[in-house]
Design a protein. Structure first.
Length: 196
């Protein structure tokens, strides 16, 4: 259970995200299935086109891995995860976000754009891995939030397939993302075909 001080710390993040997610946001608390004594809070907005926007609230309560990135002035950069997915896949993505929250605690260099976390999606989908990148759903991006002692940056969770993971490991994040954009990857569908 989160302490009141943690809940108070998360309120400004929810207020920061809500306008970018548009619609009517809802915050839910979910047990992390891989570690049932832990929970994750997620802000969700469902849209008329059947795509839901989800964003974690609380990943930033812990450091961004071991030896994670620092901003100018040596202020730590912590992260929250966002994604957009067809409404029918929300449960799978909630589980994935919980798995990523656990992985964040032990990630050596933390999470940053271009990070690849293998095997974190539930079984049964062609998309199996998490590729983390800058938020691309907004032309001007999703600005970081200064929380006083640290900055919170937002990373987009993009589910990818085995072949896409292999391709990502063979090139730079910029080139990989250029190919995904050129092939118009259907990022919101966990059953989509691989673009490689």
């Amino acid at each position: 259970m989160k302490k009141q001080s943690e809940i108070d710390a998360l309120r400004p993040l929810a207020q920061h995200l809500a306008p970018f997610f548009a619609g009517i946001p809802n915050v839910g608390r979910f047990r992390i299935s891989a570690s049932p004594d832990k929970t994750i809070d997620i802000l969700t907005t469902r849209h008329e086109d059947g795509v839901s926007y989800l964003g974690t609230l609380g990943c930033s309560l812990v450091p961004n891995g071991k030896n994670g990135p620092m901003a100018r002035g040596k202020k730590p950069i912590r992260i929250e995860l966002i994604t957009a997915i067809k409404e029918e896949f929300e449960d799978a993505i909630v589980e994935t976000l919980g798995n990523l929250r656990l992985a964040l605690e032990v990630a050596d260099g933390g999470f940053s754009p271009g990070s690849l976390v293998q095997g974190v999606l539930p079984e049964g989908f062609p998309m199996k891995h998490a590729y983390l990148c800058d938020p691309f759903l907004w032309d001007e991006g999703l600005p970081s939030k200064d929380m006083g002692d640290y900055f919170v940056a937002f990373l987009h969770l993009l589910p990818i397939s085995d072949r896409e993971r292999t391709a990502a490991l063979k090139t730079t994040p910029k080139k990989f993302e250029e190919v995904l954009a050129k092939k118009n990857v259907q990022y919101f569908d966990l059953n989509r075909a691989s673009v490689f």
